[in-house]
Design a protein around this ligand. Structure first.
Ligand code: PA5
Ligand code: NI
Length: 200
């Protein structure tokens, strides 16, 4: 049964692993099939090792509107070709649900876009709070080659994750390294979202 008493938990830095969590998800290279621009570099890296890219520690709550699912996301540093390690990224299944992120450690960017093709890139540096409004897909990118990008997140219990849309159409913008610096480039494989009949 769910514990409905108030609680606190600690997130010790560096490291960022909370001292309480119910779910620990580890995403490796093979779960990012089709997402990295340089397919050859992706296949080459995967043939050597199914590298750990990021981890999520979640404090689970009932998946209902009044609850907030929260936890810690840790994106490790690294490159696939010229592209930084990043999360899969997703829309929420219930599109009308928002999310907040607070950056605890590291440097990165949040890549965001809507089903209408609007896009945004927000800087992630320690102490920054990011608000992801309803209807915006979001992906965290670690632009450090040395340190983890550690964020705290919270979103409504009923939000759900729609990974399929991004797996199919990709994100419109990619974050690559150029002369040691992150640059924003157009994703040549991005597919314009199919117009939907419902009012999004
Ligand atoms: O719900 C969120 O947006 C985060 O908790 C993410 O799930 C987390 O950062 C991992 O990303 P993804 O779910 O896209 O694999
Ligand atoms: Ni989300």
């Amino acid at each position: 049964m769910i514990d409905n008493r108030p609680y606190t938990f600690n997130v010790a830095l560096p490291g960022g692993i909370p001292n309480r969590f119910e779910l620990h998800t580890r995403r490796t290279l093979k779960s990012m099939h089709g997402q990295y621009l340089d397919i050859e570099a992706y296949n080459d890296k995967l043939s050597k090792e199914d590298t750990l890219l990021y981890e999520v520690y979640e404090l689970s709550r009932p998946e209902v509107a009044g609850e907030l699912i929260h936890g810690i996301s840790i994106v490790h540093p690294g490159l696939v070709g010229n592209e930084y390690f990043m999360t899969k990224g997703h829309f929420h299944t219930v599109l009308d649900t928002a999310e907040i992120y607070y950056v605890l450690q590291g440097n990165g960017k949040m890549v965001l876009e809507t089903l209408q093709g609007d896009w945004a890139i927000e800087e992630l540096t320690p102490g920054k709070m990011l608000y992801v409004p309803p209807k915006w897909a979001h992906r965290s990118v670690n632009t450090s080659l040395e340190h983890d990008l550690i964020t705290l997140f919270a979103y409504p219990g009923n939000a759900g994750h729609d990974y399929g849309t991004i797996e199919t159409q990709g994100f419109r913008k990619l974050i690559l390294i150029e002369n040691g610096e992150p640059v924003i480039v157009d994703n040549p494989r991005w597919q314009e979202p199919a117009q939907r009949e419902v009012d999004l």
